[in-house]
Design a protein around this ligand. Structure first.
Ligand code: NAP
Ligand code: G4F
Length: 326
């Protein structure tokens, strides 16, 4: 029988790759999309004729109830969030509402209208925050360093509680940074790949950045949505870390991105701006995904340099296309 899936955060980076994957696997796919004055469907333009888009907002319980009733899901992937750490310092209440309480609203809708559905919660390595060990795995304590991280910790524990208190099938994927050509423009990797592409085309001279010394475990998003799906195919609900196991600094990513574009004097194109520093930074994240490999057979393949190449080349090409005379 055809399985039905409901994906919140359908217009985002992960939502778009996940819906593609689920369509390939033969699912009937429903994507939750919030109302905006101008629709933001760039990432899913190619999918809109193949999925059912449902109106809803993580702030609005009744719209979530309706979306769950209408989709009758076997699987729900809760990817919607105010997901940008920088903004969470400026809008902590909104971030808590969407990223924290929003997850509980999703769980409440499922408890009432689809209690047999399997639920994936997009948890984050930001929850580890100020780490006391390296690498981080499922047993590493949480010490979040941003309102976003705090909200994700709340959502994580809500999921564990709905599993224990109500017997729902709810699993957390604790994913480290994963990027792609569909990444939002404010995130570091995409800001850099897009900035480098503009410099390559002579459309800009510099990129303005913050802390170049922070280190992240960066992987390629399509491989991480495959992990989300695998987590829900497991016989029991459980929590899994998803990571490449390699950490690199922001500086290394910047250098590599300029190298891909054939620009050697990268330092002359980078300006450091205090506004991009965070009030409390996470200096080093590196994940240990051995549990996901052992139990789910998941292992990411794309390496750091390949990721930079994919992203820079995609941005150079897309600016090429947009500059062609029509
Ligand atoms: P993203 O590109 O920022 O997408 C976020 C999605 O949430 C967008 O579709 C956005 O819709 C939607 N959204 C925001 N507020 C909403 C609301 N009030 N109601 C309904 N939808 C709302 O994020 P992503 O990179 O795909 O990440 C997916 C999830 O994984 C997020 O929960 C993120 O926090 C988490 N995560 C991401 C990473 C990573 O490295 N990418 C790592 C760990 C965890 P609009 O398009 O309308 O804004
Ligand atoms: O790309 P970022 O904004 O990602 P961050 O903060 O690690 O969060 C991302 O990954 C999390 C998983 O760990 C997700 F849960 C979350 O939703 C999001 O997807 O910043 C990466 C690093 C930070 O240390 C930041 O301080 O880059 C540093 N950085 C330096 N200059 C900058 C900049 N980040 C941004 N966005 N912009 C800068 O100019």
């Amino acid at each position: 029988m055809t399985k039905s899936a409901l994906v919140t955060g359908a217009t985002g980076q992960d939502g778009s790759f996940l819906m593609e994957l689920l369509l390939k696997k033969g699912y009937e796919v429903h994507g939750l999309v919030r109302r905006l004055s101008i629709p933001n469907i760039g990432n899913i333009q190619h999918l809109v004729d193949h999925v059912t888009l449902l109106d809803g907002d993580l702030i609005d319980q009744s719209s979530l109830n309706a979306a769950v009733k209408e989709s009758g899901p076997d699987e729900v992937y809760n990817l919607a969030a105010q997901s940008f750490v920088g903004t969470s310092f400026v809008q902590p209440v909104l971030t808590g509402e969407i990223t924290g309480l929003g997850a509980v609203r999703v769980l409440e809708a499922i408890r009432a209208y689809a209690p047999d559905a399997r639920v994936y919660q997009a948890s984050s390595s930001e929850m580890f925050g100020k780490v006391d060990r390296e690498p981080q795995d499922e047993s590493t304590p949480f010490h979040p360093r941003s309102p976003y991280g705090v909200a994700k910790v709340y959502a994580y524990w809500a999921c564990v509680n709905y599993r224990e208190a109500h017997g729902l099938f709810v699993s957390n994927g604790i994913l480290f940074n994963h990027e792609s050509e569909r990444r939002g423009l404010e995130f570091l990797t995409r800001k850099v790949s897009n900035g480098v592409a503009k410099i390559h085309h002579g459309l800009a001279k510099t990129i303005s950045l913050g802390n170049l010394d922070a280190r992240r475990d960066w992987g390629y998003a399509p491989e991480f949505v495959d992990l989300m799906w695998r987590i829900l195919q497991h016989k029991q609900p459980d929590d899994f870390v998803g990571a490449t196991g390699e950490a690199h600094s922001v500086r290394e990513f910047v250098e590599e991105a300029f190298r891909v574009a054939g620009i050697s004097d990268w330092e002359t194109h980078v300006k450091i701006d205090e506004r991009h520093f965070r009030p409390s930074e996470i200096y080093n994240l590196r994940g240990d995904a051995r549990k996901a490999k052992r139990i789910l057979g998941w292992q990411p393949k794309t390496k750091f340099k390949d990721l930079a190449k994919i992203m820079v080349e995609a941005d150079i090409e897309s600016l090429n296309e947009s500059r062609k005379p029509r």
